[in-house]
Write a protein that binds this ligand. Structure first.
Ligand code: AG3
Length: 277
């Protein structure tokens, strides 16, 4: 990450970066796990960065958060009543799940500072943690899924990229313990990175989930502030419907996106095929 003359840049490589002109840097904290920054940008409102990578902005967070919750919600065999969110310390995924009417949400975030920063700078997202249906646990998601006795209809892995604290969330071992805490007919969904710039993230998620679940499906969304804009999510379960069973409406998500998001460009299919071998 660089902050040069009021520009924040996420570096993709030595030769490429995406820059946002910023009015102000609102906070910068170094935690036990990572570095967290919030910027006030001209084009996208407030921006949350972790270790120099864009996590969300005021202007386009709805796309990511709708797509990581509403897609599995409409494709699940039984209507999800309970959810486990791993990561997601900003509260954005939990907020959408509450809007979908889920009765119980457990959100396990490893870094309490992500929650604190979100409460201060993204109060609307973090307000989900004040809802009586939502239970925030500060702890290691991997440890949580290996120890809990509870089962969940939907498990949302809202992690950072597979470098740093989130690495273990992209492994078959983790997905095995996820399966143990998934209800019958339940679905797990993970953010699986930019198919163009981070094929390894998609490969890891796809091959790891395939080792554990009989049904694995990748879909994409357009998220302007993430590397390349084209972002992938991968959901898995033993029973995923071929067509949506219920509807949900968002600012990005609708019944057409529910189907169209699964129509993958050829190069994305190739990344997934590579993971199958
Ligand atoms: N989760 C992280 C998405 C990864 C973004 N990667 C990047 N910019 N290189 C989003 C957190 C929102 N709840």
């Amino acid at each position: 990450m660089d902050i040069i003359e009021n520009w924040f840049s996420e570096r993709y490589s030595d030769y490429l970066q995406l820059s946002f002109r910023v009015r102000d840097q609102l906070i910068s904290v170094k935690t036990d796990y990572q570095r967290i920054d919030v910027f006030d940008t001209y084009s996208f409102g407030r921006l949350l960065s972790i270790d120099g990578t864009v996590q969300l902005t005021d202007q386009d967070e709805y796309i990511y958060h709708e797509m990581i919750t509403e897609v599995p919600y409409v494709y699940a065999k039984r209507k999800p009543q309970s959810a486990l969110v791993i990561g997601g310390g900003d509260g954005g995924a939990a907020l959408r799940l509450l809007k979908l009417g889920l009765k119980r949400i457990v959100n396990v975030e490893i870094d309490s500072q992500v929650v604190e920063v979100s409460r201060r700078f993204f109060p609307n997202l973090a307000s989900s943690f004040d809802d009586p249906a939502c239970h925030l646990v500060i702890g290691d998601g991997i440890k949580f899924v290996s120890e809990t006795d509870e089962k969940f209809d939907l498990i949302v892995v809202d992690s950072t990229d597979p470098e740093g604290p989130a690495e273990g969330l992209f492994s078959a071992n983790f997905y095995r313990s996820v399966k143990r805490v998934l209800s019958d007919g339940g679905i797990v969904v993970v953010q699986s990175g930019s198919p163009f710039y981070q094929p390894r993230a998609l490969e890891l998620a796809s091959s790891g989930l395939r080792e554990v679940f009989s049904n694995v499906k990748t879909y994409t969304a357009f998220i302007p502030t993430y590397p390349s804009g084209l972002w992938s999510f991968t959901m898995a379960g033993d029973e995923i419907m071929d067509a949506p069973l219920r509807s949900a409406q968002g600012r990005y998500f609708n019944s057409e996106v529910a189907r169209g998001a699964f129509m993958l460009p050829e190069f994305v299919k190739q990344v997934i095929h590579k993971a199958e071998r």
